[in-house]
Design a protein around this ligand. Structure first.
Ligand SMILES: Cc1cc2nc3c(=O)[nH]c(=O)nc-3n(C[C@H](O)[C@H](O)[C@H](O)COP(=O)(O)OP(=O)(O)OC[C@H]3O[C@@H](n4cnc5c(N)ncnc54)[C@H](O)[C@@H]3O)c2cc1C
Length: 493
């Protein structure tokens, strides 16, 4: 049976999830309106400026943009490839440099190269004793790569649960292979990119995340605001509408069917199809108590989320600290090789030829910010600023030890999980939304399907976080609306 798309759709949230869903639907002839609570659209994708320099939030690098790779296919379909200028990483052989400090004070490193072949060669030469384990792991990563670029997750038959076969935690898979700590810690980083501890990170999820960056990695030539503007221009060219300063407060439901939206301003809008490109726990609070069954409410309420992120942006002199064409991860590990915490450093050129921007990211250390959890951005006072500044300065010191003395580096800004919580409405400041762990695999399945007719979910929570995972989620939501047969017919990626 052919499922017809509705004539009009309202989308809550203008992050890359909301905007990409809107573009897909607009290309299929649907009239779309995106409602965004902030003054500027783009969500986590949008960078912000301090002293004329762009500070990145949710796009530090992008995987799989080479021809025939998954993100390139998505960008081409969305019509934004030519509008997003990027620089290829790894030309000098390195995408990411991992630095490991052992408890005894010794430092070792591993360079993640571009290409699966180069990656397996690096592993074989660094860990010559572990050839058998590496071969098994690389076969699984190769399979995940084929599934990712072949878009199996979108085009496989509706009830294809073959991925669940690979849902075993990656940490357990490594245990069973007798993987030693040195190899384990190299492989552990990819689980961190998606915010899941290695011992609870489904094998396919780890492997797809790793494969997506190893396939090819790119940096934006400009900044996240340019990328957000490319999506906005494309949507507007297709006739879509974006309304900012439009915080949705309630979804009106009658007899389990969507009838409209109520904004914080008190305004109401009629709507029979709504896509919430926001966190499912935020969406749930917008629904009337009786709109969904208690079992659905409890499932969504009970979902655990990924941790927060703390980040600092620093201006450095470009003649002393030239842009580094790869990322640096300084990693603390347990003896087992599991990651305890990491610091991410990126030095990029900026609009000002004399200045480069050093971005530092680390875990949110959520407990530090607990005293201010009931306050809102801009109203947290001096003590909060001092704690933020202190943490930023200690990270700067660490950056200096890795990059060389930072001299008169200038701290541009720092943000905490509370900043992200308030900016994009992410529960508790979670960076990557719901925790896609092996233990939560059933609770997180089919999240784009809701119990209310005419209501769908999109965004990073429906399939996976990251730019690839979020856009994949947008396509999967449209597939749900169209039905798999019609999706296959009408959307060729
Ligand atoms: C610090 C950080 C670094 C990252 N780095 C990378 C990276 O280098 N590469 C990569 O691929 N991925 C990265 N990611 C992940 C990636 O940025 C996200 O997965 C993706 O941007 C999520 O998009 P989204 O549309 O789902 O959510 P969001 O961008 O959060 O969008 C949700 C939108 O909904 C709006 N909204 C919320 N509530 C309401 C409401 N009631 N009414 C109206 N609007 C509302 C919000 O304001 C927001 O604009 C990073 C994430 C973080 C946090």
């Amino acid at each position: 049976m052919v499922q017809l798309l509705p004539e009009k759709v309202s989308i809550i949230g203008s992050g890359i999830g909301g905007l990409s869903t809107a573009i897909i639907l607009a290309q299929l002839g649907v009239e779309v309106t995106v409602l965004e609570k902030n003054t500027r659209p783009g969500g986590l994708m949008r960078s912000y400026d301090r002293k004329g320099l762009a500070c990145e939030v949710g796009v530090h690098y992008l995987g799989s943009l080479d021809k025939d790779q998954v993100l390139r296919k998505f960008f081409d379909y969305l019509g934004v490839s030519d509008a997003i200028a990027v620089d290829r990483m790894g030309e000098n052989g390195v995408i990411d440099r991992y630095l490991f400090d052992s408890a005894g004070g010794q430092r070792t490193s591993f360079d993640l190269p571009s290409g699966l072949g180069a990656f397996s060669e690096s592993l074989y030469s660094t860990f010559p004793e572990d050839k058998a384990a590496i071969s098994t792991i690389m076969q699984a990563i190769g399979r995940a790569s084929d599934q990712l670029h072949g878009l199996d997750l979108l085009y496989a038959a509706d009830n294809d649960f073959s991925l669940l076969d690979q849902a075993e935690p990656f940490g357990k898979i490594l245990d069973d292979l007798g993987c030693p700590p040195g190899l384990r810690r190299v492989l552990a980083i990819a689980a961190n990119w998606v915010g899941v501890p290695l011992d609870d990170c489904p094998g396919y999820y780890h492997n797809m995340a790793l494969a997506s960056y190893v396939a090819s990695s790119y940096r934006l030539k400009g900044c996240g605001a340019d990328m957000a503007n490319a999506f906005i221009r494309r949507l507007k060219a297709l006739g879509g509408t974006i309304i900012t300063n439009a915080s949705v407060e309630k979804i009106c439901v009658d007899s389990r069917k969507v009838t409209g939206l109520r904004l914080q301003s008190g305004e109401t809008l009629a709507a029979t199809t709504v896509i919430g490109a926001i966190h499912p726990q935020v969406l749930l609070k917008m629904l009337p108590e009786k709109a969904v069954k208690p079992s659905y409410r409890n499932r969504i309420r009970g979902l655990a989320n990924t941790h927060g992120i703390f980040s600092a942006h620093v201006a450095v002199a470009s003649n002393v600290h030239p842009a580094i064409p790869y990322n640096i991860f300084k990693v603390d590990t347990e003896e087992s090789g599991n990651v305890i915490d990491l610091r991410y450093f990126q030095v990029r050129s900026s609009r000002n030829p004399e200045k480069n921007v050093l971005s530092i990211l680390t875990s949110g250390q959520d407990e530090l910010w607990a005293p201010w959890k009931n306050t809102i951005t801009g109203r947290r006072g001096r003590d909060y600023q001092s704690v933020k500044e202190e943490l930023a300065q200690s990270l700067l010191k660490e950056a200096g030890a890795v990059l060389g003395p930072l001299g008169n580096a200038e701290l541009l800004d720092a943000y905490t999980p509370l900043t992200l919580r308030d900016w994009v409405n992410s529960p508790g400041g979670s960076a990557y939304g719901v925790l896609r762990s092996s233990s939560q695999i059933l609770g997180t399945a089919l999240l784009n399907r809701t119990a209310v007719k005419g209501l769908y979910l999109a965004g990073q929570n429906v399939m996976a976080p990251g730019i690839i995972g979020t856009i994949m989620g947008s396509f999967s939501t449209v597939k749900l609306m169209l039905g798999p047969g019609e999706f296959k017919k009408r959307i060729q990626l």
